[in-house]
Design a binder for this molecule. Structure first.
Ligand code: GTP
Ligand code: MG
Length: 203
């Protein structure tokens, strides 16, 4: 898919105030610093559409980016950010869970996992929660440029094996990506395109 336009529309902390447009949307979620905002920039070939930072906790709100005037990419704050207070964590959890539970335009979530790390409880729990609530998602393994091809293969296999040992009967749809070298760009955009086509055909 060709990205002809990518525009920031709005930020907010309440799902009720998200854009009132019947367009399919895709939300990026995962631990702080996993590379959600960077991946949005990579997919859209825009250097600083979404704000990124080397320090975790950069994205704080629900951010809507309108793509090709037809669909939305949504950048969300990360979870598992140690430096926020308990109260902030609660507020955050509430508006993010509200977003996932109430946003009818959400057609698929992308759960980002740093390809270098072993499966972490917080991600497994979030995946479980998405499953229980019937929210479709794909896994995006990020930062693949940090590993050699053999290690990429080994880590992905280990990760998916862990899911199969746990609650999952089959492995979720997944992609291997890097925002540094654009690995996975075509695959992810094609996947989005397929869902968009189905969405518009079903109208
Ligand atoms: P929060 O908004 O804090 O939740 O973080 P985020 O998940 O949006 O992460 P962000 O995109 O801001 O990236 C965090 C850091 O990881 C930045 O220093 C990025 O440059 C770096 N980074 C992101 N993606 C990649 C990647 O594919 N490869 C490499 N080498 N670094 C990456
Ligand atoms: Mg971010």
């Amino acid at each position: 898919m060709k990205i002809k336009s990518a525009d920031f529309l709005m930020s907010n902390s309440n799902v009720e105030n998200c854009p009132n447009q019947p367009l399919p949307e895709y939300a990026f979620i995962g631990r702080s610093n996993v590379g959600k905002s960077s991946l949005i920039n990579m997919l859209t070939s825009r250097k600083s559409l979404a704000k990124t930072s080397g320090r975790p906790g950069k994205t704080q709100l629900i951010n809507h980016f309108k793509i090709n005037d037809q669909w939305f990419l949504v950048d969300l704050p990360g979870y598992g950010y140690a430096r926020v207070s308990k109260k902030d964590k609660k507020t955050f959890q509430k508006y993010i869970t509200d977003y996932f539970l109430k946003r009818e335009q959400l057609v698929s979530a992308f759960l980002l996992i740093d390809i270098r790390h072993e499966a972490q409880k917080i991600d497994l729990e979030f995946m479980q929660w998405l499953g229980e609530n019937g929210i479709p998602f794909s896994i995006l393994f990020t930062k693949a440029d940090k590993l050699k091809p053999k290690a990429i293969e080994r880590n992905v296999k280990n990760y998916l094996d862990q899911l199969l040992l746990g609650a999952w009967e089959e492995v979720p749809n997944h992609f291997i990506t890097s925002s540094s070298n654009s690995l996975g760009k075509e695959e992810v955009l094609n996947y989005i395109q397929e869902i968009n086509t189905r969405f518009y055909e079903g109208k």
